[in-house]
Design a binder for this molecule. Structure first.
Ligand SMILES: O=C(O)CCC(=O)C(=O)O
Ligand SMILES: [Fe+2]
Length: 247
């Protein structure tokens, strides 16, 4: 399981609370990303939740100490992989997806479930990257209205290297963009759940240093939002942080 060196720092946890995501770039053994890409390409149909059995090398991705370390830090030592997972294929000629939050519209302000999105190939701008909107894990939004939103100021385009895992709060707004490239872009989406409430920090925590870092909750913007929305999110950030600390 996870080694202490791979646990997140206070600064990284605070960034996750503010922005709603954390990027892990894993240096996998040579060729693994490419082999996974090829094995997925050869599947006759999308196996849905069966993707892990269809491509068992994916265990090496989600068992990697860097990935486990981040998951332990956010969800506690006893986190679990959900039985629901999906290989999102974004084929050449696709249209961009609407902004959305996954799941049904029941939201909260804790870190209970995260999405881990693994990219087995380099994702360049033309290959239909995922876009995410920082700070929106605090904003419950009606899906039908979101379908009318286009590019958002400060959205983050996940143009990433093969072997990147973007770990996001389950509620973050995200979407696939159109693939104008010449091959499929795959994203393996796995869900991880907390199984018990935090009783103490599960990352590399230093309470004295952390206390001064929490001023970031007051001063840092995840995006250029209105003052009133920023005031609201300030309170929610503290709430999420205190929950993670086990208070
Ligand atoms: O493929 C992607 O980049 C995102 C897909 C997605 O979020 C979804 O279909 O729910
Ligand atoms: Fe989604």
């Amino acid at each position: 399981m996870s080694d202490k060196p791979y646990l997140l720092t206070d600064d990284q946890i605070i960034s996750f609370v503010i922005h709603g995501y954390h990027i892990v770039e894993v240096d996998f053994p040579d060729g693994i990303n490419g082999t996974i890409y090829d094995e997925i390409s050869q599947l006759e149909n999308n196996p849905g939740d069966g993707i892990l059995d269809a491509v068992p090398k994916l265990y090496q991705v989600f068992d990697h100490p860097q990935v486990c370390g981040a998951l332990v830090s956010l969800l506690g030592r006893d986190y679990q992989m959900s039985s629901h997972r999906h290989c999102h294929t974004n084929p050449p000629g696709s249209h961009s997806q609407s902004w959305h939050q996954d799941g049904v519209n029941q939201r909260h302000h804790q870190v209970r479930t995260v999405l881990a999105m693994y990219y087995p190939q380099d994702v360049t701008t033309d290959l239909g990257p995922t876009v995410i909107m920082p700070g929106t894990h605090f904003r419950n939004a009606p899906t039908d209205l979101m379908a009318t939103y286009a590019n958002l100021r400060d959205q983050v385009t996940l143009t990433v290297k093969a072997g990147t895992i973007a770990i996001t709060h389950y509620d973050i707004w995200h979407a696939a963009t159109r693939n104008t490239g010449d091959r499929n872009r795959y994203m393996l989406k796995f869900l991880f759940n907390r199984t018990s409430g935090p009783t103490e920090p599960s990352w590399n925590h230093d309470s004295e240093k952390a206390t001064s870092l929490t001023s970031r909750f007051t001063f840092e913007r995840a995006c250029q939002c209105s003052q009133s929305d920023h005031y609201k999110e300030r309170g929610l950030r503290h709430k999420m942080w205190n929950h993670l600390l086990g208070r």
